[in-house]
Every structure is written in structure tokens, then in C-alpha cells.
Design a protein around this ligand. Structure first.
Ligand SMILES: [Zn+2]
Length: 393
């Protein structure tokens, strides 16, 4: 296994966090408890590159990847999420003059975002993802979209479009620089194509000790600085960078460049030392955060109460897997996505239940796996007349 940084090629990376036997997938649907408990596992050895600030899992093995139509990652059943993506799609269509244009999305998931780009005015959307379900696409955009259940570049090699979008995908790819160069090559000489990426911000994860945001599927982690450096290094000019969704997500807007290392770094990219310090403190922050949640769950159980988590996606899988045997202190995982009900959480084996089951379970503590959904969950609980304590990780 190479020790060179996959983003910049430097050999100056240091290991700052290790964890063995974590489930290799977070969002694959699992039909029974036994399969969930026996789910394949892999190890984490997170590295911080002192040259470019990139954070990556040194022992990630892509052979574990099993992305398929059984991959159920969507947050699209949330009204808050729908509002967010509709707003972002509208901004991008306006800012980059994409009315009547063609847009490609690499890693389009269930297609919600591309759908919003078309609704905002794009003439044609092409979505590529092994997990896309064309039969679930909204009727109003069916005639203006093309769905390719596969991978870029293998199943869709050429990016002929006015915009190339890639949201929450780059963090699942290990050879990030090679992959970005493949994107750049696939755009070719169409240098007016705009390139729009969104992915989690590692700085927040490290600083908060957010152990539920570190998991096997995410082999690559970026901050504002390391993302901009990667883009420049692989042939893109960075136009704009910002954080969104309660500062959880990094957004970068770029264009292909013909100049090596184009553009001057913005002040916000000068985060190398801060991210390095946060990486060095992560193991301690992680342990403290684990202790805090273990104590919280034990306190509820000691009082004869029940706890559930709300959100059965990657954060939920990581949260329960990290708790180990103490995950038994959590009674169930709630999800609003009906495709997940009756399935099981990879690793911990928790059953995924519909919100209405809380009327029977009567939990004393509901832990939201993403603070962005606190208001929405609070309203759902009130509507169902479930009186409980609601907290977010
Ligand atoms: Zn590096």
C-alpha cells in the first residue's frame, strides 16, 4: 500500500486516528439481523498530509466497494433537505446561466438534485450512479433527463455538458488526484464548462470529535484549503468556495483551466495548520464525545427508559458501530425513508423503523443523527404526540 498522499503525492503524512473492524458500507440495504451483524468490516488509519492538508484512510481497500441499486443514501424525504437542494440548484442555474443548458451529475444518487437543476431551468440532465432508480424519478422531469446506472468514467466516459456536478461522491474515492484528472480529461477543451462539487467539511468533523462522521465509505476528507489545492493541482481554476447546511458541507465552484496551478489562493484556504492541529486533537475529542454519549444512553437505560436514534444512514451506522457493545443501549433506528423500513443497520444489526412505531416504543431519548433535522424531527414527534427528549449529535 502506497504511503504517498493520494491528493498531492507527498510522503509527509502522519497517522492520527486508528479504528479496527468498522462496517465497510453504511447505506446498503440489509434484509436480516444476522447479515447485518456479519457485515464485512475494514480498518481505518486516518492520515493527515502535512504538505496539502488532505485527510485519508491509508488502509482503505476499494475491493470492499459494493455500490449497487441496493444503496439507499437519499435524504430526499426530508423537507429541509429538499429546500436546501432546490435553493442550491436555483443558485447554480442563475449564477452560471444554465437555463436551457445540459448538466451532467456524477454520483447522482436517486436523482433528486439533478431533478431540481432541470426544474430550475436546465434543458437536459444526465445522471450517472450505480444506485440510481429511473423508475423513482419525478414525472415532470422524466422527458428531460437521462439516467445511467453505472460509474464515471467506466460507463459514461465523456463529460460533454455545460455543467459537471458532483455532490457527496469525491469523499468515496481513494485516488482523488487521478480521478480529478480523469474528470478534467473528460471535459477536454470545453473550458467554459462549470464544475460544481459538494462534500463534507473535515475541519468541523475533526474539531467536534464527530465520530459519527468518520466511516469506511469515506476514504477521503477535505477542508476548504485541501480541496482548492487539489482542484488547482488537477487542472481547475477555483471560482468560489463556501460552506452550507449549517457549515457541514463544502461547496466549490470551478472551471477547467489550461494553465498549470491557476489562480491565487484565497485567505480561507490558509487552514493547513488549523486542520493539522484538529487532526492531532481528534483522537482525544473522539474519546470524549464517545464517553459523553455512552453516559447519556446509560443514564436513560438506568432509569428504565428507552433510547432511539433518528437517521439510519451513514452517521447512524457509524454512531452505533463506534459504541460497540453499548449500542445495545439503543432500541432502534428511525428513518423517514420508507425504502429502509424493516431493514437492518450494517454492523450493529439494529432494526430500522418508521417514525410511527415510536408511538409504541415511547422512547425517552431520541438522538438526531444530524442537527440540521432537529426542527423537522421535533415537528414529526409533536404531530405523532410522542413526548420525549430530543437531542442532536
Ligand atoms: Zn497531500
Amino acid at each position: 500500500m502506497s504511503t504517498a498522499c493520494p491528493a498531492c503525492g507527498s510522503g509527509d503524512a502522519r497517522s492520527f486516528y486508528q479504528c479496527a473492524d468498522v462496517p465497510v458500507h453504511s447505506c446498503l440495504l440489509v434484509d436480516d439481523e444476522r447479515t447485518a451483524l456479519d457485515f464485512p468490516r475494514g480498518d481505518l488509519d486516518l492520515m493527515f498530509c502535512t504538505a496539502c492538508g488532505f485527510v485519508y484512510n491509508r488502509v482503505f481497500d476499494p475491493a470492499h466497494n459494493a455500490y449497487s441499486s441496493d444503496y439507499e443514501e437519499t435524504q430526499g424525504f426530508s423537507a429541509r433537505f429538499q429546500d436546501f437542494i432546490a435553493d442550491l440548484a436555483g443558485q447554480w442555474v442563475d449564477r452560471y446561466d444554465l437555463v436551457g443548458k445540459t448538466v451532467v451529475e456524477i454520483g447522482c444518487g436517486k436523482g433528486e438534485f439533478l431533478t431540481e437543476m432541470v426544474r430550475a431551468g436546465a434543458a437536459h440532465g444526465i445522471g450517472v450512479d450505480p444506485g440510481v432508480h429511473p423508475e423513482r424519478i419525478a414525472d415532470d422531469v422524466v422527458g428531460r433527463t437521462t439516467w445511467i446506472p453505472g460509474f464515471f468514467p467506466r460507463d459514461y466516459p465523456e463529460l460533454t455538458a455545460d455543467a459537471v456536478i458532483c455532490r457527496h461522491t469525491l469523499e468515496h474515492i481513494a485516488p482523488v488526484a487521478d480521478w480529478m484528472r480523469t474528470v478534467r480529461a473528460a471535459i477536454g477543451d470545453r473550458t467554459d464548462t462549470v464544475v460544481l462539487f459538494e462534500l463534507p467539511d473535515v475541519r468541523r468533523v475533526l474539531e467536534e470529535g464527530a465520530f459519527w462522521d468518520v466511516y469506511y465509505e469515506h476514504c477521503s476528507y477535505f477542508s476548504t484549503g485541501s480541496l482548492a489545492r487539489l482542484f488547482r493541482r488537477t487542472g481547475f481554476e477555483v471560482l468560489n468556495q463556501w460552506t452550507a447546511y449549517d457549515d457541514q458541507y463544502l461547496i466549490v465552484e470551478a472551471r477547467p483551466s489550461t494553465t498549470p496551478a491557476p489562480g491565487t489562493p484565497e485567505a480561507v484556504e490558509g487552514d493547513l495548520d488549523a486542520v493539522g492541529r484538529a487532526a492531532d486533537r481528534f483522537a482525544a475529542a473522539h474519546a470524549a464525545m464517545m464517553d459523553r454519549w455512552r453516559e447519556r444512553l446509560r443514564h436513560v437505560a438506568d432509569g428504565g427508559g428507552r433510547s432511539v436514534i433518528w437517521g439510519s444512514g451513514s452517521k447512524g451506522v457509524a454512531f452505533l458501530a463506534a459504541l460497540g457493545a453499548d449500542s445495545a443501549l439503543v432500541d432502534a433506528a428511525v428513518d423517514i425513508n420508507p425504502f429502509k423500513h424493516g431493514r437492518y443497520m450494517a454492523g450493529s444489526g439494529h432494526r430500522i423503523v418508521a417514525p410511527k412505531e415510536l408511538q409504541e416504543l415511547r422512547p425517552d431519548l431520541v438522538i438526531a443523527m444530524n442537527s440540521a433535522y432537529l426542527d423537522e424531527i421535533g415537528r414529526d414527534l409533536a404531530t405523532m404526540d410522542v413526548a420525549t427528549t430530543l437531542e442532536a449529535v
